[in-house]
Design a protein around this ligand. Structure first.
Ligand code: NAD
Length: 500
């Protein structure tokens, strides 16, 4: 057994997951740090999948009757356990997803933050009273629990995505069935163990929080199951395009959080030192494997050389290596497929006339897939620039006129996150206005990645249109009921209709 495998086993034990491994399991869990096998798990069969969803449905029927502030106590327990186990769960994220230590811990902190938000929300779920045209009547709107929420998550936020959905869903009165990425099953097993312990402490119904182990075929079973009221799916646009029509065919609901192709406009007035720092974090953090990673810079021609020189210098001193080393800033790509996609995109961009400024090659590795983050200066926005390559690959595009920058910015299929670096208030306000960025997230003088929990998170166009996390995102996990109550002795009809 490798050191990583031993450490993983110890962490899972401390998280309360016992020894979940199955020697002849069909799913091989690997660490991208060195490509080594950590253990094997067994996929749920179609019958087991159906039973898990059935138990979640029964749990929902009890849970929906528990007052929301009492439901909040379950999420409070979960938040406390996450605080207690932050270091272990963060390390497991690093081991399984390859995130550097501080990003692994940051992901768990995000889970704690959403639990805090959800606990407060459990006392704030509110409807409306609406003016009615009929005397002696009252019209109101209530929000009721929705049902079983099916969560499909991607490898790159192996635990936070579940918590964004689950913490809100639980206080909203729903049950949650989670189908994690087949690349990050162990973090899911660890989280589920914590959720089970929180459930025991809070006395929630069995099956309220459940895990479905398997690849996309298990995901498809959940997607097609009529008992799943909402499918909240995070992953590639390809996945969303498969999931959405299947759920629509049974007139179920979807919440889609799909791929991004996020850009930053860098205007002539930008604070270039700040821009370089913001760009490097957004483009290279998590080895370019965030949905909000910066993939395109649209820089004014007058400052392009200076900006690119600053970025090149910063890129060439980046510490690349094992994410478990405290000095590392760039960890591995998740697997060989991601590595090949990176190489293919670099080659395609160069054949489109792109000039490789730095990086683009494989870094020293110990069995994992490590790369030198790339910057490519492009003559125009070609098809490869318009595609999301899930790796640290940053394209540089040049503009001379602000409208041209905005047009280039919005001329991609995805619409997740965006930013502008400028000290010009007209440009900043235009960027966040109706004629500016067409993304769900538009930032000024910070990069597109690194969102916090209080705002609604999600994007437009091929990013799928869903919103999770803060603001009023909770409404997606509830159903609206409009009620008119007649407390008079008359029966006036709306719109003045007479009917005797
Ligand atoms: P992926 O699409 O390969 O897989 C995501 C999940 O979908 C996995 O659990 C997988 O098993 C499941 N899946 C795939 N096809 C399915 C199907 N037909 N039916 C049911 N389930 C199916 O994505 P990935 O490589 O794990 O993650 C990277 C992608 O996720 C990137 O495109 C990234 O931008 C996106 N992402 C988006 C957000 C967001 O909030 N917008 C957040 C994180 C990641």
């Amino acid at each position: 057994m490798t050191d990583i495998a031993t450490r993983t086993k110890d962490i899972l034990g401390r998280l309360g997951a016992g020894d979940p491994f199955v020697a002849d399991g069909d799913l091989i869990c690997r660490s991208p740090i060195d490509g080594s096998e950590i253990g094997r798990l067994k996929s749920h069969t179609p019958d087991e999948t159906s039973d898990i969803i059935g138990r979640a449905q029964s749990a929902f029927e009890q849970w929906r009757t528990v007052p929301a502030p009492v439901r909040g106590q379950f999420v409070r327990e979960l938040g406390e356990l996450l605080r207690e186990h932050k270091e272990d769960l963060g390390a497991l994220v690093s081991i399984e997803a390859g995130k550097i230590v501080s990003e692994g811990l940051g992901e768990v902190q995000e889970m704690i933050d959403i639990c805090d938000l959800a606990v407060g929300l459990s006392r704030q779920l509110h409807g409306l009273t609406i003016a009615t045209e009929r005397p002696g009547h009252r019209m109101m709107e209530q929000w009721h629990p929705l049902g079983v929420i099916g969560v499909i998550s991607a490898f790159n936020f192996p635990v936070a995505v579940w918590s964004w959905n689950a913490a809100l869903a639980f206080v909203c009165g729903d049950a949650v069935v989670w189908k994690p990425s087949e690349k990050t099953l162990l973090t899911a097993v660890g989280c589920q163990a914590l959720a089970a312990e929180a459930g025991r402490r809070a006395g929630v119904p069995d099956g309220l929080s459940a895990l479905l182990i398997g690849d996309r075929t298990v995901g498809e079973l959940m997607v097609d199951d009529r008992r799943v009221a909402l499918v909240s799916a995070t992953g590639s646009t390809r996945m969303g395009k498969e999931v959405a029509p299947r759920v629509a065919a049974r007139l179920g609901r979807t919440l889609l959080e799909l791929g991004g192709n996020n850009a930053a406009i860098v205007a002539p007035s930008a604070d270039l030192d700040l821009a370089v720092r913001g760009i490097v974090f957004s483009a290279v953090g998590t080895a370019g494997q965030r949905c909000t990673s910066l993939r395109r810079i649209i820089v004014h021609e007058s400052i392009k050389d200076e900006l690119v020189a600053g970025l090149k210098a910063a890129y060439e001193t980046l510490p690349i290596g094992s994410p478990l080393e405290s000095s590392t800033l760039v960890g591995p790509l998740v697997d060989e497929q991601a590595f090949s996609a990176f190489g293919a995109a670099v080659a395609q961009a160069q054949s489109d006339g792109g000039d490789l400024v730095t990086g683009g090659t494989q870094s020293e590795s110990d069995g994992g897939f490590y790369v030198h983050p790339a910057i490519i200066d492009m003559p125009k926005q070609t098809e490869i620039v318009k595609a999301e390559t899930f790796a640290p690959l940053l394209y540089v595009l040049t503009y001379s006129d602000f409208d041209e920058a905005l047009a280039l910015h919005n001329d991609v299929a995805q619409g997740l996150s965006s930013s502008i670096f400028t000290l010009n208030v007209r440009e900043a306000e235009t960027f966040v206005s109706v004629v500016g960025s067409d993304c769900g997230i538009a930032n000024v003088n910070i990069g597109p990645s690194g969102a916090e929990i209080g705002g609604a998170f999600g994007g437009e166009k091929e990013t799928g249109g869903g919103r999770e996390s803060g603001s009023d995102a909770w409404r997606a996990y509830m159903r609206r009921s409009t009620n008119t109550v007649n407390y008079s002795t008359e029966l006036p009809l709306a719109q003045g209709v007479e009917f005797v």
